[in-house]
Design a binder for this molecule. Sequence first.
Ligand SMILES: Nc1ncnc2c1ncn2[C@@H]1O[C@H](COP(=O)(O)OP(=O)(O)O)[C@@H](O)[C@H]1O
Ligand SMILES: [Mg+2]
Length: 256
Amino acid sequence: MNTTQTPVLQARGLVKTFGRVVGLDGVDLDLYPGEVLAVIGDNGAGKSTLIKCLSGALRPDRGELLLDGRPVTFDRPQDARAAGIETVYQNLAVSPALDIASNLYLGRERRWPGWQGSLLRRLDHRGMRESARQAVRDLGITTLQDVTQPVETLSGGQRQAVAVARAAAFGSKMVILDEPTAALGVRESNQVLQLVKDLRERGLPVILISHNMPHVFEVADRIHIQRLGRRAAVVTPETHTPNEAVAIMTGAATAA
Ligand SMILES: Nc1ncnc2c1ncn2[C@@H]1O[C@H](COP(=O)(O)OP(=O)(O)O)[C@@H](O)[C@H]1O
Ligand SMILES: [Mg+2]
């Protein structure tokens, strides 16, 4: 991580209101190349709203987004995905009835080459299975053994691994994970945290939303503290303790 480089992603003064509720109140965010940036904050601090604005799921009322220093607007999630930003939302979007491979390719199914694909719309199931196997292997996800297994037969942690694998396979710029370990047990959480470290290892920056302080302090390079719709502070595991970070998060302390 190198904070003298141009951030991969910058948000400046994002405002998002829902009727009379202020979700974001002029928030800034910087994500630098190769870092894991944790975003922490109390319930209602605007974490999910912020992530939705970064991933095109919501359009901010005001403010701007810069990708590699250039202004961008995302009107739809597809726009952010096309720019290389993959997001795993808090409420996991996997399709239980489909198998792992189909879930990985959901929304970007591969078709047969030539007229069989273009005219008959035939899906390249075999190719997708092979690539899915490769993606799972590359990521070292040992918890997923058979990509033809229906997702409904998987545990919560395995489903989360599928969602993270999908994001990792297609995210060329960054991966955003909203509370990926919230519903998981210790072992499964550790697997997801390992995946996050693997992504960083591969040079892909990660935004990790979490209110699990041990997890945050284990993997984050920097910690964005979100409070009342704004960025209250950015701290690091080297400069601050978990208690100090929580104090800033709750307003009991201000950033030193
Ligand atoms: N679709 C929505 N409609 C109305 N209010 C919303 C909506 N989404 C979020 N909010 C409100 O915006 C604030 C920030 O919410 P959210 O971003 O979900 O916080 P967090 O993820 O940090 O818990 C909260 O007060 C929440 O109730
Ligand atoms: Mg949330």
